[in-house]
Design a protein around this ligand. Structure first.
Ligand code: UD1
Length: 416
């Protein structure tokens, strides 16, 4: 198994471009089953989770072809309406196929996605919402069987603005005649990208990006070409790497509005930021200021996915910072590894107290989840000596060419 080897404590410089968004492209790929036609997905990152989605699409009977940063999916012929356990377990967000395949095939059977590295991953909100649209759902023996013959529009209120549940409802309802309304919907930018995709396909979705989304069903879908939005968490990763290494870099292909909450924290830590139309220049301070409180929240609040990235540079702040993780129970698995690098962090339930240290030291550490893994890369870039990060398959789930990109910024990094 390959590891990432980083000889740290070197400043970064130059420009780095952000690739297409993982969390936008995954529901878009699931939605390609709907139109029974050609789907061209541009700015598609090459990620393990994308490969897993394409494997599912191929299994269902779609034809899939690749180009550079581009994927074409033709869903004219779908030969299956079930997804086996080995394909489902590869990617925890595969639950999104439930709504899409049900809408297209009127029946679907998938294995229930199990727990994941972030703790238990309930899907109760997904199932409740789909039942409100008239789906008959049975859960037995680890499988979810769903009949979607007589669906009707519904007013669905989500008790929590779940990203995945909002997406599943959009996919399941965009061919149901009449108006479906989601209230307390997730407002993440990836929801807007999915709505844009579906609207290009012929759907009629209004209000994406607000807490009230209206979906007026249509049966007339067409071919689509769409460019996936930039990945806001990858952008945050480079910015946090610049902070940890006290560097000056420019991050391009970024929509700054999408990372407003992260930028605000960086500024409070003393970063100088210059926002251009599609790029952002960061100049890190010599002395990193600690942050009193960061609370992860649904968008536009501080994103849970950026929590471990910010934590990595706050280990080097001049004082104590506090993070409260409100979205996922088990999102501090990277802390044990950061401790091996000399960080001073204590965890009490959902609260992390990070006392800044003068420097981090190199260590052999293990990535156990995607963003936690990225936090170790950030810490290793700042640490003195040669660090070795194992478990890089987690990192490959969400970063396309991370090592090459960091090498381009002058990092001493390799896979070995
Ligand atoms: C998506 C993102 C993930 C991000 C998260 C929150 C993708 C592929 N993944 O995950 O990177 O960290 O949004 O921004 O887009 N919940 C329930 N019942 C449900 C569904 C969710 O209790 O039926 C809970 C979850 O356990 C979690 C919270 O709601 O505590 C947020 O989950 P959700 O917004 O659904 O996240 P995902 O769509 O899984």
């Amino acid at each position: 198994m390959n590891n990432i080897i980083i000889n740290g404590n070197k400043p970064l410089s130059g420009k780095v471009a952000v690739h297409g968004s993982k969390n936008a492209v995954l529901p878009i790929l699931a939605s390609t089953v709907l139109n029974g036609g050609e789907n061209t997905v541009l700015n598609c990152p090459h990620l393990r989770d994308v490969d897993s989605s394409l494997e599912i699409l191929k299994y269902l009977g779609c034809s899939v072809s690749y180009g550079k940063n581009m994927v074409k999916v033709n869903s004219k012929t779908i030969t299956r309406d079930s997804i086996p356990e080995n394909l489902m377990r590869e990617m925890r967000s595969s639950i999104i196929f439930l709504g899409a395949v049900a809408a297209r095939c009127k029946e679907v059977e998938i294995s229930a996605p199990g727990g994941c590295e972030l703790g238990p991953r309930p899907i109760d909100l997904h199932l409740k919402a789909l039942r409100e649209l008239g789906m008959e759902i049975e859960e037995h023996g680890g499988y979810i069987k769903c009949k979607a013959k007589d669906l009707h529009p519904a007013n669905i209120h989500l008790s929590f603005p779940s990203v995945g549940a909002t997406e599943n409802i959009m996919l399941a309802s965009c061919n149901i005649e009449g108006k479906t309304v989601i209230t307390n919907a997730a407002k993440e930018p990836e929801i807007v990208d999915l709505a844009n995709y579906l609207n290009k396909m012929g759907a009629n979705i209004k209000g994406a990006g607000t807490e009230r989304i209206e979906i007026i069903g249509t049966r007339e879908f067409k071919d689509v070409e769409h460019e996936v939005m930039p990945d806001r968490i990858v952008a945050a990763t480079y910015l946090c790497a610049a902070m940890a290494t006290r560097s000056e870099i420019e991050v391009t292909n970024v929509i700054t509005e999408h990372i407003r909450a992260v930028l605000s924290v960086l500024k409070d830590s003393g970063a100088k930021l210059k926002e251009n139309e599609t790029s952002i220049e960061i100049s890190a301070p010599k002395v990193i200021k600690p942050i009193d409180y960061i609370r992860t929240q649904p968008y536009p609040g501080f994103p849970t996915d950026a929590q471990s990235l910010v934590m990595a540079y706050l280990t080097l702040a001049d004082g104590t910072s506090v993070i409260v993780e409100n979205i996922f129970a088990n999102r501090y698995k990277n802390v044990e590894e950061l401790l091996k690098m000399g960080a001073d962090i204590t965890i009490d339930g959902r609260v992390a107290v990070i006392k800044g240290v003068k420097k981090l030291n190199a260590a052999k550490v293990r990535a156990t989840d995607l963003r936690g893994g990225a936090s170790l890369v950030i810490a290793a870039l700042a640490a003195e000596g040669s660090s070795e990060i194992s478990g890089i398959s987690h990192i490959e789930r969400g970063y396309d060419g991370l090592c090459e990109a960091l090498k381009g910024l002058g990092a001493d990094i390799k896979i070995g």
